[in-house]
Design a protein around this ligand. Structure first.
Ligand code: GLU
Length: 493
């Protein structure tokens, strides 16, 4: 059987866009699934946008996601001569021709069509120039473009798309399209097809926005006598207002980098992006890498456009809630050793990393991360919400302070008293801590909940979290005593 070869050919625009990432992921999955090869090709023909930074943004994004390629990156610009040669060959074999029409002439024709309320298609003026006329115009150094000669007659291009089924485009709806500009630069339809031929691509899996190019590319393949690849076009991703997701309309929220900077785990993002346009019959949402490779198929790609529920202005969910819940799922369930490097990187970036967390306090650090992650959504939470575990100073939420401490005048005495009782513990263990606090509540004839909520507020600044006795054990005796003893100051502020 023929080896599967797929490709991801982004045009660099400054960063890896989530739509591009999704295309890369589908291609990568298909290659993984079929034991095929995944080729990375940078379509860098737009010189202004294809800066080194822009290309690096794409490579870094893919690497961070864990999307590996088998060949490349190839750079399209290096193959411009191949593209020109292909255009030349098409002219020689009679499937393309030189068109000397000037911009002004074409503009006039376009205007004329507009006045007559007709769709404008190039009228083929230069299609039937004789060899002598062409030679004469060339001798006069008249600039020309090369146009593909589309069949003029009934019928059209018919192909089977793996997602959208049979697609037919009638020849009469396709104009003789330009494949080479007058400055000798090739157009995307040509370069992309020529590169796919050279790279022996067997499956073209790309966005539905390229569906309109496919009939033209099929004609190029056929004219060059090449075997067609299979095509699979993926649905578009829209925002809740049904606008196409784009950098211009949505800004940074559509870049992979945005998720990286906000505490996403790479696999969580891959898992989320795959679901934008692909599903299993049971609508499963969580897949390990192996499970996803096993489950993935081109048949599972949906025709309906997917919705990316961007909620940039929602303070809790800075993006699609499903993306956050998938990230939270992985954050809470992966092996803690696998999570630690991400937490470490996050803390280093925030300047709150203590080298001891990686040496003498390593096992304490791991068990604390494990304890607190059960309510976290992103790795940022370890820096913000987790600060009370890893630093001396930490914020106390206003509402929590009022409700769980200030409202109870007695806590001013009781929490320092709790500290005194805890101080005698030789081992600062969960069961012992619990015993001390429950006994003290009985002795004071107060509900244990009052002491527990008050202590949680004083020690973590938050109203919720893991079990309080586990929390105190994790924060450690010295810090707990200090925080409980500072409670009276909170009444003064
Ligand atoms: N450079 C094109 C893009 O980024 C590639 C399209 C294709 O896959 O053929 O949209």
């Amino acid at each position: 059987m023929e080896e599967v070869r797929v490709r991801f050919p982004p045009s660099p625009t400054g960063y890896l866009h989530i739509g591009g990432a999704r295309t890369a992921i589908y291609n990568w999955l298909f290659a993984q699934k079929t034991g095929g090869k995944f080729v990375l090709r940078i379509e860098d023909t737009d010189i202004e946008r294809s800066t080194e930074d822009s290309i690096k943004g794409i490579l870094d994004g893919l690497e961070w996601l864990g999307i590996t390629w088998d060949e490349g990156p190839y750079f399209q610009s290096a193959f411009a001569n191949d593209h020109r040669r292909a255009a030349q060959k098409l002219v020689e074999i009679g499937d393309a021709y030189k068109c000397f029409c000037t911009q002004e002439e074409l503009e006039q024709k376009r205007e004329g069509a507009k006045k007559r309320k007709e769709d404008y298609h190039y009228d083929g003026t230069c299609r039937n120039l004789s060899a002598d006329e062409v030679a004469r115009l060339e001798a006069e150094a008249r600039p020309y473009v090369i146009r593909f000669k589309v069949v003029r007659g009934p019928g059209g291009v018919v192909f089977q798309d793996a997602v959208y089924g049979v697609i037919e485009k009638r020849y009469r709806d396709i104009e003789d399209f330009v494949i080479l500009r007058s400055d000798g630069s090739p157009l995307y339809v040509l370069s992309n097809a020529v590169d796919d031929i050279r790279d022996r691509i067997t499956h073209v899996i790309r966005g539905q926005d390229h569906l309109a190019n496919t009939p033209k590319q099929i004609m190029i393949y056929e004219a060059l006598g090449e075997k067609l690849p299979r095509f699979a076009h993926m649905p578009l991703t829209l925002d809740p207002q049904k606008r196409k997701i784009s950098k211009r309309a949505h800004g940074e929220v559509v870049s992979v980098q945005y998720y990286r900077e906000r505490g996403f785990l790479p696999w969580a993002l891959v898992n989320f992006l795959v679901l934008l346009g692909w599903s299993t019959s049971d609508n499963r949402e969580i897949f390990s890498k192996e499970e996803l490779i096993e489950a993935f198929s081109l048949e599972g790609i949906n025709r309906a456009n997917s919705v990316f529920d961007i909620r940039k202005d929602d303070p809790k969910f800075f993006t699609d809630p499903k993306a956050i819940s998938i990230n939270a799922h992985y954050l809470r369930t992966i092996k803690v050793e696998d999570l630690l490097p991400y937490v470490e990187a996050e803390m280093k970036a925030a300047g709150s990393w203590d080298p001891a967390f990686g040496t003498e306090k390593k096992s304490w650090f791991a068990s604390t991360v494990d304890l607190i992650r059960s309510r976290y959504h992103t790795t940022k939470d370890f820096v913000n919400l987790g600060r009370c575990y890893f630093a001396d100073d930490f914020p106390i939420e206003d509402k929590v302070l009022r409700k769980n401490i200030l409202k109870h005048e007695n806590l001013k005495l009781w929490l320092p008293l709790t500290a005194d009782r805890l101080e005698v513990l030789e081992e600062f263990r969960v069961e012992l801590i619990e015993r001390v606090i429950r006994d003290l509540a009985d002795e004071l004839d107060v509900k244990a909940g009052i002491l527990i909520n008050g202590a949680r507020a004083a020690v973590t600044g938050q109203a919720a979290g893991p079990g309080l006795f586990e929390v105190l054990a994790a924060v450690g005796k010295e810090r707990v005593l200090k925080r409980l003893r500072e409670v009276p100051k909170l009444y003064e502020e």
